[in-house]
Design a protein around this ligand. Structure first.
Ligand SMILES: [Cu+2]
Length: 308
């Protein structure tokens, strides 16, 4: 199967896409634990980052009932739309659009091998696949499950179980000259060295979407939305959670060219300096987050027991 075209990787590796993905995941996860001053501060510098539906409560437990799960599904569907619009303009017949895994790759799959990594022995084991991943896959594709959950509940269930584990199971180690992004010090933005295109670690929301496998995983997740619609006889989804962060007013195509300020100016009358200012504001927001160590890396949120 063809690899993700370099044009998509190049785009996804840009700082604003990295920051947007990282801030989106981090803020919704940490929002309930931020004190009012921190929230006010974030909203004052960048109102679009006010989180309407946090994904976790004060104790870090996932919130299944507030439709934050819809945000999860909706936001990643927008990312797929963005990738697809880039793919469309690239026009590589081998890779015309994002297509998720139809079924999870088996432990002996040569194209998506499991590469051992320190501290991740459990997720990468064959037992884990047979006893956890495969049963989840069966559950989340079953009519019985799909007809008994709301879309928001399904989004949360998927995110915290099979989705997180897919990220870790298929994570590939970073070369020594790249390494792993540490938590950022409170007064420091994310160091620009982590914008290196080679930094595509699946266990960090700052980098995961640069990796080919991210699109296989999220294509699989996105297909569950269609299963849910089919099983529940729903033609058009009436989304209750559509939070994608401050990029809300951009269509896919506009998001795809966000990194080309000239075109953006033509579209919306936004000046390049304002765009740069957007980066500054995102970086400011990320400084607030850096106080918390339980964010950014998906891996740090993983080792929790299955809740249901
Ligand atoms: Cu994500």
């Amino acid at each position: 199967m063809a690899k993700l075209p370099i044009e998509v990787k190049n785009e996804m590796a840009k700082r604003h896409h990295r920051l947007a993905h990282y801030l989106w995941h981090s803020l919704r996860g940490i929002w309930e634990r931020l004190d009012q001053n921190a929230r006010n501060y974030i909203v004052s510098i960048y109102p679009g980052w006010e989180v309407p539906r946090p994904s976790n409560d004060r104790l870090g437990r996932p919130i299944r009932t507030n439709n934050s799960g819809e945000d999860f599904l909706f936001m990643h569907r927008q990312m797929i739309g963005l990738a697809n619009s880039i793919l469309q303009s690239v026009g590589n017949p081998e890779y015309p659009k994002v297509v998720g895994w139809k079924t999870l790759p088996l432990p002996n799959n040569a194209e998506f091998p499991i590469i051992p990594m320190k501290g991740m022995e459990e997720f990468k084991s064959e037992d884990f696949f047979n006893n956890r991943m495969r049963p989840w896959e069966i559950q989340y594709t079953s009519e019985n499950y799909l007809s008994n959950v709301t879309l928001g509940e399904m989004g949360v269930d998927l995110e915290i179980t099979i989705h997180n584990m897919m990220h870790m199971r298929w994570a590939t180690p970073m070369p020594n000259d790249v390494g792993y992004r540490p938590d950022t010090a409170i007064d420091q933005p994310v160091n620009i060295k982590w914008n290196n295109i080679k930094y595509d670690y699946l266990g960090d929301t700052y980098s995961s979407h640069v990796h080919d496998t991210f699109w296989k995983i999220h294509g699989w997740v996105d297909d569950r939305i269609n299963d849910w619609k089919r099983v529940n006889n729903i033609d058009e989804i009436n989304w209750n959670g559509k939070w994608i962060g401050p990029m809300q007013h951009h269509s896919h195509q506009e998001m795809a060219i966000l990194s080309q300020p000239k075109i953006l100016i033509d579209l919306e009358g936004i000046t390049e300096s304002e765009l740069t200012n957007d980066f500054d504001k995102m970086i400011e927001v990320s400084k607030v987050l850096s106080k918390f160590d339980n964010i950014g890396f998906i891996s740090k949120e993983i080792p929790q027991e299955k809740k249901n």
